[in-house]
Design a protein around this ligand. Structure first.
Ligand SMILES: [Zn+2]
Length: 260
């Protein structure tokens, strides 16, 4: 809900689009401060989401990148703004967001040999560039190698997963919702890099009870798995999707891995 020109809200009474109503009544509806700061538009969008199936693994570019992408490709990136999000859970809400500490992902790689093939040259330690290459390797492998990695992961004893046994519970659901070939299966569960620190990390898996909230800043990878939420986001629909979406929509893998 908002005055963004893509799918704008409309007046129930007249059918007039919200941006036209706001345009004609800026002073009353927005106030001077808001007009000065945000240029006479409603600065946020409100969404109510009921998530039965995982939403795409994505991130929203920061202001500088959004403005560059908008200039280069205004059809795909329709506005030059960033899109940080706040999501408030209305019930049990499952989400992957951001990175876990280096030490934990390092331990995962050590105890789960099928993942080691994604490490360039089998290096034990990685710098940022190496880590970016790990994510890219995970997002771009052949269907067959994605399948093979998940088959091997299933064969590893539960106790080797330590506190990450949720991997074994979530994986079949994600495979069922999208396909075993979706590379996001590997990325969300056993993810990757960030700016220092940490150098070596994986995505955080969170389950939030009703009334709790999460803030997802610009450039932060996230995938919402299930739940009903109210979401307030900055006025933009710029997004880089890389998984849990049709193959044709996975067009921004290099941008995704270089944005953070
Ligand atoms: Zn998002």
């Amino acid at each position: 809900m908002g005055d963004y020109p893509v799918l704008p809200a409309k007046s129930l009474k007249s059918g007039v689009e919200l941006h036209k109503i706001v345009d004609e009544n800026k002073e009353q509806l927005l106030g001077q401060k808001c007009i000065e700061k945000f240029g006479g538009v409603i600065p946020f969008l409100l969404k109510i989401l009921s998530i039965a199936k995982a939403l795409p693994l994505q991130l929203h570019p920061n202001k500088d990148l959004a403005s560059k992408l908008h200039k280069e490709n205004p059809k795909q990136f329709t506005y030059d703004n960033h899109k940080p999000e706040i999501a408030i859970a209305w019930g049990h809400f499952e989400v992957f967001a951001g990175w876990m500490p280096t030490s934990e992902i390092q331990a995962l790689f050590d105890s789960l040999p099928p993942l080691q093939k994604f490490l360039p040259n089998k290096q034990a330690k990685c710098d940022n560039e190496t880590l970016r290459s790990v994510v890219e390797t995970k997002l771009k492998p052949s269907d067959e190698s994605i399948k093979e990695c998940q088959r091997e992961l299933r064969e590893i004893p539960r106790e080797n997963y330590g506190k990450h046994t949720y991997v074994l519970d979530i994986l079949p659901r994600l495979q069922d919702q999208y396909s075993i070939e979706d590379p996001a299966n590997l990325v969300v569960l056993l993810y990757v890099p960030g700016t220092p620190p940490p150098l070596f990390s994986t995505m955080n898996f969170l389950t939030l009870p009703a009334s709790s909230a999460i803030h997802v800043p610009a450039d932060c990878p996230h995938a919402y798995l299930s739940g009903t939420i109210a979401e307030r986001i900055a006025r933009s629909n710029n997004v880089l999707n890389t998984g849990f979406c049709p193959r044709a929509s996975r067009t921004n893998i290099s941008l995704f891995t270089s944005a953070h």
